[in-house]
Design a protein around this ligand. Structure first.
Ligand code: ATP
Ligand code: MG
Length: 400
């Protein structure tokens, strides 16, 4: 068994020692069989949350109503969830209530896809009532039980399906695909935040190009904010996005660049994205437009935060199919004479001293902006004396 499972093994053993059944479940089992890096390790057990909490020293009741307790064990966290089936999904939100069940097979039956419905015990034996292992081998994505019902119960599964295609490169089982096409309109009923979380994973997936084609082929874009308003956008994406993005904000910048009728503000509002994402997308787009006009000029590189550099490099590669090498960009960034206005060796106080007759006002900001640009262009050194000389000359010219 691989290392992360080794570390989690004592958690299963402890539950079993207390007389309960316990299994690894969900994405970790799938990724283990596929020999992919594991995400979070989830555990299913027939112990109810109170029992789990009494067995382990450090627990956090993160979702008791759904049967989930977070267990901290040797500095790692595991979500331990009681075997359960879901009640009715009213209003396409979370199930109203869940019901605990005795058998792992019943728990596996509530899961979305066969490849996600495999349990593994501490010896590595699989419980696989829906043929998940075979689907993993054949690289097929198929819902557990009837896809029409499963997409109806929770339409998010449609988005999950395309994001698994993007991550794994699998093909859709034909019934699952038909149901997806049919039930697509239900996507408009669910919270956009849930869709956005899947979209992010989709855009970062190795097979994003394939996933975008599946979206178009099944008209899923017709039910996604903004994509539904400009049908050509999905084609533009398919044409452009041949490789994954590194960050969601990179995707948002790209969508905006591909069709600038939708501003970044617009995207973030409709997809309910954070201000942080909005700011980074805007920064990327501004830098891209600057780059289009002036090439790799210092004044463009200056618009970027250091952590956004890899995304800028990737964005240019996606759109223009040529490289702005990340390493070169980082080097250029490091060599910028200033990285923000605060780095200028002059401030408002000094300006007031140099122009004792002037009242503070917009002229100060104006001068600082001029200095910023000219320092970046290498026209003037970022030393107090040189700056002063430049400012006095400049203002004389302005006055004449
Ligand atoms: P990731 O690697 O992105 O974490 P995952 O498969 O583990 O992928 P999670 O969202 O962490 O996905 O969910 C864990 C498991 O819970 C899934 O593997 C699946 O069995 C089940 N599951 C999650 N969301 C749903 C859903 N909407 N409907 C049915 N089952 C779900
Ligand atoms: Mg997971």
């Amino acid at each position: 068994m691989s290392h992360p499972f080794q570390e989690a093994l004592p958690v299963l053993e402890k539950l079993e020692k207390h007389g309960y059944k316990a299994y690894f479940v969900g994405g970790a089992v799938r990724d283990y069989i596929l020999d992919r890096p594991l995400g979070d390790i989830d555990i299913a057990t027939n112990a109810i949350p109170e029992q789990v909490m009494s067995i382990f020293e450090k627990t956090v009741p993160i979702g008791i109503e759904h049967g989930t307790v977070l267990v901290r064990y040797q500095k790692k966290s595991y979500e331990v969830t009681t075997f359960r089936v879901d009640g009715e999904y009213e209003d396409f939100r979370h199930p109203d209530r869940v019901e605990f069940v005795r058998d792992i097979k019943e728990d596996l039956a509530r899961r979305d896809f066969t490849i996600n419905a495999i349990a593994m015990d501490k010896e590595g034996n699989l419980v696989d009532p829906f043929g998940g292992r075979k689907d993993l081998e054949n690289q097929v994505l198929r819902t557990v039980r009837n896809p029409y019902d499963r997409f109806q119960e929770d339409p998010l599964r449609i988005m999950r399906a395309v994001r698994f295609i993007s991550q794994l490169g699998f093909k859709l089982n034909s019934e699952t695909e038909e149901a997806m096409k049919h039930q697509g309109p239900l996507l408009e009923k669910i919270a956009v935040e849930r869709i956005a979380a899947e979209m992010e994973k989709l855009l970062k997936g190795t097979y994003v190009h394939k996933a975008l084609q599946v979206i178009k082929g099944n008209l899923i874009h017709s039910y996604l904010p903004l994509f539904k308003e400009e049908k050509g956008l999905i084609d533009a994406c398919i044409k452009t996005v041949r490789n994954p993005v590194r960050e969601l904000y990179e995707g948002i910048a790209l969508f905006h660049i591909l069709d600038n009728r939708f501003s970044i503000q617009n995207w973030c509002k409709r997809w309910k994205l954070s201000n942080k994402i909005k700011n980074k997308s805007q920064q990327l787009a501004d830098t891209y437009y600057c780059y289009q006009k002036k090439g790799l000029d210092n004044t463009c590189i200056y618009l970027l935060d250091e952590d956004v550099i890899p995304s800028f490099s990737n964005l240019v590669k996606l759109i223009e199919h040529h490289d702005v090498k990340e390493k070169e960009l980082k080097e250029r960034f490091k060599q910028l004479p200033i990285h923000s206005l605060r780095d200028l060796e002059v401030d408002g106080q000094m300006l007031k001293q140099w122009f004792p007759d002037r009242k503070p006002g917009p002229w100060m900001k104006n001068i600082l902006t001029q200095l910023e640009i000219n320092v970046l262009k290498g026209e003037v050194k970022n030393h107090k004396e040189s700056l002063k000389e430049w400012v006095l000359n400049w203002s004389q010219r302005e006055e004449n």
